[in-house]
Design a protein around this ligand. Structure first.
Ligand code: FAD
Length: 125
């Protein structure tokens, strides 16, 4: 039972993390600032160390070392994330995702970065 629960938790955190990353990539600007590029790289870099499944983190670190995040544009970041997720899919025996479909699967939320920041300050309902 404990093993099954651990496997379910591992899948849950995986889905949640991929959701965060793909949704973030869906909104990543086509012309990101240097800060936005640094932030995206730093987020991926942190996951290679503190992702809450040691084995996954080590494997992900190896993938990122061989093919570092491409953050020069939203399109490039989405493409990199899709192929990296596909490397993980392949390791787990899951089917490869068609990266031409990535923008259909992961659409932007529709709120701009400025609105999100204002919302944090309680300025937007
Ligand atoms: P997920 O792989 O979680 O994908 C969620 C959804 O994303 C899918 O339903 C699909 O709609 C979409 N999707 C799938 N592939 C792509 C793609 N290439 N591009 C865009 N969208 C896509 N688990 C392990 O057991 N061992 C590991 O070593 C491991 N390493 C991981 C490393 C990282 C960085 C992360 C975030 C997760 C890792 N996981 C690992 C978890 C694993 O990848 C899955 O998240 C988990 O098995 C649940 O899979 P799922 O079938 O629900 O779909």
């Amino acid at each position: 039972v404990a093993v099954a629960a651990a496997a379910a938790a591992k899948a849950e955190v995986g889905r949640a993390t991929w959701t965060l990353l793909h949704m973030l990539a869906a909104q990543f600007p086509e012309r990101p600032t240097r800060q936005q590029q640094r932030d995206a790289r730093a987020l991926v870099d942190c996951l290679t160390r503190i992702y809450p499944c040691g084995d996954c983190a080590r494997h992900f670190a190896e993938l990122v070392r061989l093919d570092p995040p491409v953050v020069s544009s939203g399109t490039a970041f989405r493409r990199w994330l899709c192929r990296t997720h596909n490397h993980v899919n392949s390791r787990l025996g899951k089917p490869s995702f068609n990266c031409d479909m990535v923008e259909a699967r992961w659409a932007p939320l529709g709120c701009s970065a400025a609105e999100a920041a204002a919302g944090e300050e309680g300025l937007v309902g």
